[in-house]
Design a protein around this ligand. Structure first.
Ligand code: 8ID
Ligand code: ZN
Length: 358
């Protein structure tokens, strides 16, 4: 049987209280195998993506508070190095490479879990929000919810599929679109958005990418967007989209981190169109005209991460090379600087934190 030596301490990026800067702690305790509860596993992480959600959590942007002190992070990939005693029927074993996603655990027995909306389980545990996440070398997670990572994708390529990828994959899956339809992606140059461009292409959709700046423009067009709109430059986004699509888009999957990306979406959708709400500004409201929403038979749907099956499907598409995360690697200690880049909207694609570089 494989066995692993587990150190007593590790390096972790800690937020002591909401709004505090990141503190890099080189002596943060690691749970021993004996301390793990049944159903828990310890994963030695290779890397973790940094999602805008981690920034919202660190800043306390949302109506729900994160735990503090908090170790954020929910796009981790690593090896299972320990499993809690008395864990029954574990789907993973020691040495398996697995992914950690936002949904760390759920009861699997309630109505939401039974219907495949595990993320809405009232007992859900959230990585990097209600339980410590992947901005550390060793994370405690849960055997039933970690995602098996196929061999033909590296850990750093897989990491951001686990949140950004799964989330947009599911939003597009439920967007009621068919091949040949037009999809508008506000936020297309960001972490979620650049993967949305690719998952939309895999589905045969025609993509209008909306974001700002040359780097994001170049990235979106390279990844298969047919049209680009710079939201800082375009004077009239609605008429631009209506003209490109000959009457309005079939769907919009909004991944902008602020409310502005949602504005006008109902106006540029064609009758029967679907607005998928994904970006999570904490305080903004969606000011859609009720009259036009009804008159045009518009669907407005919230789409929140994905379940275990969505994760397996999204990672499979990436492992087959059809979707690629565009990322740069940085050491964990650079997390604060990564957050600054995110606030300024300077990151095209994703940053992946490499745990081997402390
Ligand atoms: O389950 C979910 N629904 C889920 C899962 C994961 C993340 C939701 N999110 C949320 C995050 O919490 C965040 O609010 O999705 C949002 C985007 O996350 P991200 O992709 O990790 O953020 P990013 O890399 O910073 O990308 C955001 C992009 O939006 C653009 C920015 O330029 C950036 O490229 N953007 C903004 I800010 N305003 C815009 C606008 N008005 C805009 N693009 C178009 N129009
Ligand atoms: Zn995320």
């Amino acid at each position: 049987m494989v066995s692993f030596t587990i150190p007593k301490t590790q390096t972790a990026a800690v937020v002591d209280h909401s709004g505090a800067d990141i503190r890099i702690d080189h002596q943060f305790p690691v749970k021993s195998q004996e301390e793990l509860l049944p159903g828990e596993c310890l994963v030695k992480l290779d890397c973790s993506g940094a999602c805008h959600t981690d920034l919202h959590a660190a800043l306390g942007d949302w109506p729900l508070p994160a735990k503090t002190p908090l170790i954020g992070g929910h796009e981790g990939v690593g090896i299972v190095v320990a499993i809690g005693n008395n864990t029954a029927n574990s789907p993973v074993k020691l040495g398996d490479r697995v992914g950690i996603k936002w949904l760390a655990d759920s009861c699997l027995n309630c109505e939401d879990c039974r219907k495949g909306r595990e993320q809405n389980c009232s007992k859900a545990k959230l990585s990097g929000f209600t339980v410590d996440g992947t901005f550390q070398e060793y994370v405690v997670s849960f055997v039933n919810h970690v995602t098996p990572i196929p061999e033909n994708i590296s850990s750093d390529e897989a990491a951001s599929v686990l949140c950004a990828g799964v989330t947009v994959y599911r939003a597009i899956k439920y967007s009621q679109t068919v091949p040949g339809d037009w999809i508008v992606l506000p936020g297309a140059g960001g972490g979620l958005g650049h993967l949305a461009v690719q998952y939309a292409r895999v589905r045969g959709l025609r993509v209008i990418a909306v974001d700002t700046g040359d780097a994001k423009k170049e990235l979106c067009l390279k990844l298969g967007a047919e049209k680009w709109i710079d939201f800082m430059e375009c004077k009239d986004i609605v008429s631009e989209i209506v003209s490109i699509t000959g009457g309005g888009a079939h769907s919009a999957v909004v991944t902008s981190a602020n409310g502005a990306g949602y504005r006008q979406a109902v106006d540029y959708l064609r009758p029967g169109g679907t607005l998928m709400a994904v970006g999570l500004p904490g305080k903004a409201t969606l000011e859609a005209s009720i009259w036009w929403t009804v008159f045009k038979s518009i669907s407005i749907l919230g789409s929140y991460v994905g379940n275990r099956q969505d994760a397996i499907e999204a990672i499979d598409i990436a492992a087959r090379g059809q979707v690629k995360v565009h990322f740069a690697c940085r050491p964990l200690k650079d997390l604060e600087d990564v957050y600054e880049g995110m606030k300024a909207g300077k990151i095209a694609g994703r940053i992946v934190l490499d745990m081997s570089q402390k």
